[in-house]
Design a protein around this ligand. Structure first.
Ligand SMILES: [Zn+2]
Length: 91
């Protein structure tokens, strides 16, 4: 189960594990019972799972979009070898 970090404004942070489907947005602090919010940027699974890597890549691409502007140079990038596809209209 992924490990989530919660932050209490009075006591600091603590960690709990939840199944992803039942992850609450906030949790009562174990020390003072005040609602503690999930720490922003706290990564589930410590960045080791494929889901966590996908989430990190999504956050990264919000600032540095990984845009492909043209096909890679050189031969071998043809998508199709079917000659009928060459007759299709081009944008
Ligand atoms: Zn607390």
């Amino acid at each position: 189960m992924p490990l989530y970090e919660f932050r209490c404004s009075a006591c600091g942070s603590f960690e709990r594990t939840f199944p992803m489907s039942t992850m609450p947005p906030s949790l009562a602090c174990p020390d003072c019972a005040e609602p503690a919010v999930r720490r922003p940027g706290g990564s589930p699974g410590r960045g080791s799972s494929p889901v966590a890597r996908a989430v990190e890549a999504t956050h990264r691409s919000a600032h540095e979009p990984a845009v492909v502007r043209q096909p890679p140079p050189g031969p071998g990038h043809r998508v199709s070898r079917d000659p009928r596809h060459a007759q299709l209209p081009r944008p």
